[in-house]
Design a binder for this molecule. Structure first.
Ligand code: XMP
Length: 513
């Protein structure tokens, strides 16, 4: 069993960031609901507990509070921001509304350099604050370790009990040495080793998959995206030919997508691959449909039908494998949660119909996306697959505004290929979140040679983002924009105008539909 740190989530937007930072320190971490009982936590046998930040005030009537006996487990505890205030309040300190909200960059002065949390760190550190309340009386047995301009108790410790509190956020990038603080907590205070690596995970996961699948067959819907590809490679390593992957061509894939999947999985990995070309069926269903939500539903439902038929073609299987990731399974605390989450009906087709009974195998359930990419590399998948940009389930259909026709698919595919080629050639493709072409349903007048044209417009979209929830448009060099425009207009028949999308999310979204 892996050593682990458990994080009690009080609804901070940074809870998952804390979990990722700990894993970057090669220690496993799990996020649990703030009111999980101390008995359940004790069963998890954690090496340490972190109390996350959160948007509430500890003295509010409906404040989220933990089981108070977690402080009697004998396990090291680190409270961050709201978590720091929770710990102080439970242990007889005092938290009050501050005169001034402390928000943004601040300078931390470490007074007690012997505190293990600040081991090998300078006496002055830039930190990120985001709080209105502050500690006005130290809890029993605690000492002040560091201060900021506004707070005499910005970092506190009870070294004997191994309890620590930080008023600022060590997990965010705006606290540049924050990762060292977290590493000090997990390695020097909780005594964790460095066992959580994707190399170790492969072994453990292969064993688990073999134990779960036994002698049974497994089916997996391969999309060519990172998650399903890594799941396929991992399960294949565990059970070889007892895995069958089904790849459905829905007619709205990018150029060469099907070929890449066939080459990598069919030829290199020798995975049993069933290729189902349903292009004409999807095109027929999409004919005459312009509404974005209707397009998504049609694609989702048709996919289920085609996938279901394909599963009966490949023979009976007991298990269905899915590339579900950790952020999809964390029982999130809605307070302070992001209401932007569900604006489009995306993030994919719900479940399969009731009559399709499978047991699930989800070998990526405890991994974050960056870990999945590392795992893919560990398994020998090419960079082209593990580092690829996200691509929506409904494919090019949400990038063809208005009706999806084979002719429009062809135009967009050709323009998109140029965008991908140029982004790669200019070493930008793997640096940013997404870059792609969008086909607008607008035609405008142009002139080519002596001829008047009346053709479509392509919008180029390139965005930076951490998780797709918010995004900034990328300030592409003029030279790249120029090449994109020239190449698209010269090489893609049916296009005579190129625009650059300079909108951020919010208020725009990344995809146009
Ligand atoms: P938006 O357009 O909502 O997109 O800003 C945020 C991220 O989600 C991707 N996206 C989708 N992914 N099915 C998916 O699997 C969808 O229907 C879908 N729509 C958007 C989008 O590419 C971006 O990364």
């Amino acid at each position: 069993m892996n050593e682990q740190i458990v994080i009690l989530d009080f609804g901070s937007q940074y809870t998952q960031v804390i979990a990722r930072r700990i894993r970057e320190c090669k220690v496993y971490s799990t996020i649990i609901h703030y009111n999980t009982s101390a008995a359940t936590i004790a069963e998890m046998n954690p090496s340490g507990i972190i109390l996350s930040g959160g948007p509430s005030s500890v003295y509010a009537r409906d404040a989220p509070l933990p089981d108070k006996t977690i402080f009697e487990l004998g396990v090291p505890i680190l409270g961050i921001c709201f978590g720091h205030q929770v710990m102080a309040t439970f242990l007889n300190g005092k938290v009050e509304r501050g005169q001034k909200r402390e928000y943004g960059k601040g300078m931390l002065r470490v007074k007690n350099t012997r505190c293990r949390l600040f081991d090998s760190l300078p006496k002055e550190l830039q930190v990120w604050n985001s709080h209105g309340d502050k500690l006005t009386r130290l809890p029993d047995g605690f000492k002040a370790v560091a201060t900021t301009e506004n707070s005499g108790f910005a970092a506190i410790e009870n070294a004997r009990a191994r309890f620590y509190g930080l008023q600022f956020h060590p997990e965010v990038v705006h606290t540049p040495k924050g990762k060292k603080i977290i590493s000090n907590f997990v390695h020097k205070i909780c005594d964790c080793g460095r066992k959580w690596t994707m190399r170790n995970y492969v072994e453990q996961a292969v064993e688990d998959i073999r134990a779960q699948a036994g002698k049974e067959k497994v089916i997996l819907g391969l999309s060519g995206g990172v998650d399903s590809s890594v799941a396929a490679a991992l399960i294949h390593k565990a059970i070889g030919k007892r895995l069958t992957c089904i790849f459905v061509n829905n007619g709205v894939l990018r150029a060469n997508e099907a070929e890449v999947v066939k080459k990598v999985f069919g030829r290199n990995f020798r995975v049993k691959l069933h290729y189902e070309d349903a292009t004409s069926l999807f095109m027929r269903k999409l004919r005459g449909v312009s509404d974005p939500e209707k397009k998504r539903k049609i694609i989702g439902n048709t996919f289920i039908d085609v996938f279901q038929k394909a599963t009966s073609k490949v023979g009976k299987a007991r298990f269905l494998a899915q590339g579900t990731l950790y952020p999809d399974v964390i029982e999130s605390v809605p307070i302070g949660g992001n209401p932007a989450a569900l604006i489009k009906s995306h993030h994919n087709v719900g479940g399969l119909p009731e009559n399709m009974k499978f047991d699930l195998i989800e070998p990526l359930r405890c991994l974050f996306k960056d870990e999945v990419r590392q795992l893919g590399a560990e398994l020998g998948l090419p960079r082209e697959i593990v580092m690829r940009q996200p691509f929506p389930g409904p494919g090019l259909a949400v990038r063809i505004l208005g009706e999806v026709t084979p002719e429009r698919c062809e135009i967009l595919r050709n323009a998109d290929t140029i965008v991908v080629e140029e982004m790669k050639a200019n070493k930008l493709y793997y640096k940013i979140w997404q870059s792609f072409a969008v086909l607008l349903p607008v035609r405008s007048v142009g002139v080519m040679g002596d001829e008047r044209t009346y053709d479509y417009t392509i919008a180029v979209r390139a965005v930076e983002s951490k998780d797709g929830m918010t995004a900034d448009w990328v300030k592409l060099p003029y030279k790249v924009i120029e090449t994109l425009s020239t190449r698209i207009i010269n090489e893609v028949k049916g296009v005579n105008r190129v625009c650059l999308d300079v909108s951020s999310k919010p208020p725009a979204t990344i995809e146009w539909e």
